[in-house]
Design a protein around this ligand. Structure first.
Ligand SMILES: Cc1ncc(COP(=O)(O)O)c(C=O)c1O
Length: 433
């Protein structure tokens, strides 16, 4: 072979032994933990081959095809296909999209302009920029327990310390305000609240929202309000924290995923409610943080103005009516089961069911309950341990009624087959991490 400079380099390289050691990962990757994935990956999932597998675990309303987005949403995107630009747009969103969101959420008490809106890649991304902008390794954020596990994933990834305040199941999952206050210290950056709640399916009363704002105000703290289920309250009043706040700066995180039933289209937004101009630096920070991923999908965000304008109120009302009806089906199927205590939801798309663990013969906790339920009955609810509360399961409500009934009946049969003859003495209370 003719010797060339190129061959010479290759020959030189080949003399080195081939490196086979594993490439190390960074602390950032190592500390990015999604408890849901961790749980689902570790769970023994062996459904009973004789029974169809009924998954009530996934928080995705599109799974069963009975909660499809309205035609106006599809049309808005189709129309936008022909007019959409193909290039990059401002990382915090198209002006037309930000203006439309500002107009949609504008209230007399909280006037908004496009400058208050940051378009994001789903509500998750809005939460990421909010937590990133306020928290740091030295500045902690208070989180709800039980709560949506993504908050911990984001905090772990950034090294942001978190402290948990309790939601009280005996009191409509409201916040224990004294405990909340006791957690605040000079390094607290923000209080994060979720309303309506995943996983609890609860909605705070307006008075409770005011009380939470009063605690934040007393300590000069901003709220990060995860309001992805905003306006998804079955009965009664539904107000956002931004609308109610007179003095507390609120970063409200929302998006198309749940109310418009298109979680896979990945467009959300953050609205800065800021009556006293305390967020001027934060706005700059949020704008810069949007630049990390160079903004949200342009095709979908371009359709947002038409979506907000054209989807009729009847679509939202119908979704809520059907969610409420699904919750009533589950409640009526489970309420008389001696080993269970279902909690009636008031909003969002989930229902929490408490497991009276002492009434089971051979089940020690929610994880074991779910594993055995899958193996014997092929029903998969989510163990609420991953949300920080032991011995509850969370059921998804966007499931067709016949499947919901079938799942509930199998759960009741399972409980009966595993019931304790006399209540067991539980020697130690399992405490979720
Ligand atoms: C409380 C809560 N916040 C945020 C999200 C994430 O929303 P998105 O899909 O828009 O990122 C979810 C999704 O289930 C959620 O339940």
């Amino acid at each position: 072979m003719k010797k060339t400079a190129h061959n010479g380099i290759l020959n030189g390289l080949m003399r080195h032994p081939v490196c086979t050691s594993t490439i190390p990962t960074s602390p950032c990757a190592d500390n990015t933990i999604n408890p849901i994935r961790g749980l689902v990956d570790n769970l023994v999932i062996n459904p009973n081959p004789d029974k169809p597998f009924l998954r009530l675990s996934i928080g995705d309303p599109s799974v069963f095809g009975n909660f499809d987005p309205p035609p106006q949403v599809i049309k808005a995107v189709a129309d936008n296909l022909t007019t959409s630009c193909y290039g990059y747009v401002p990382a915090h969103g198209l002006v037309s999209t930000r203006s439309a969101i500002a107009k949609y959420y504008n209230t007399a008490s909280s006037p908004l302009t496009s400058n208050d809106v940051f378009v994001t890649s789903g509500c998750s991304d809005a939460l990421r920029i909010a937590m990133d902008c306020l928290g740091s390794e030295k500045r902690n954020i208070l989180l709800p327990k039980p709560g949506f596990s993504l908050y911990q994933t984001i905090a772990g990834n950034r090294g942001i310390p978190v402290k948990f305040y309790d939601l009280d199941p005996e009191n409509n999952w409201s916040i224990d305000l004294n405990q909340l206050e006791s957690l605040i210290d000079e390094n607290t950056a923000a209080i994060l609240v979720t309303n309506p709640s995943n996983p609890c399916g609860s909605a705070f009363s307006v008075q409770h929202q005011r009380d939470i704002l009063a605690v934040a105000e007393k300590h000069g703290l901003p709220l990060i309000a995860d309001e992805i289920y905003q306006d998804m309250v079955y009965d009664g009043e539904s107000k956002s924290f931004g609308e109610l706040s007179e003095h507390v700066p609120v970063l409200s995180c929302c998006g198309l995923a749940k109310r418009w039933l298109i979680p896979g289209w990945r467009v959300g937004w953050l609205i800065a409610h800021d009556r006293h101009n305390r967020l001027s630096k934060v706005r700059d920070g949020l704008t810069k943080l949007c630049q990390v991923i160079i903004g949200a999908n342009v095709l979908i965000q371009g359709a947002v103005p038409q979506i907000l304008e054209t989807v009729p109120q009847s679509f939202y009302d119908d979704t809520l009516k059907r969610l409420k009806s699904a919750s009533e089906v589950v409640y009526s199927e489970l309420k008389d089961c001696p080993q269970l205590r279902p909690f009636k939801p008031q909003g969002a798309m989930y229902m929490m069911v408490q497991l009276k663990i002492d009434q089971f013969e051979d089940i020690g906790d929610d994880m074991e309950f779910v594993e055995k339920l899958i193996t014997e009955q092929s029903v998969f609810p989510l163990p609420a341990n991953i949300f920080g509360i032991p011995n509850y399961v969370r059921l998804m409500l966007t499931v067709p009624e016949d499947i919901l009934r079938e799942a509930c009946q199998r759960i009741v049969e399972f409980c009966d087959q595993h019931k304790a003859a006399v209540p067991r003495k539980i020697s130690r209370i399992e405490v979720a991490p």
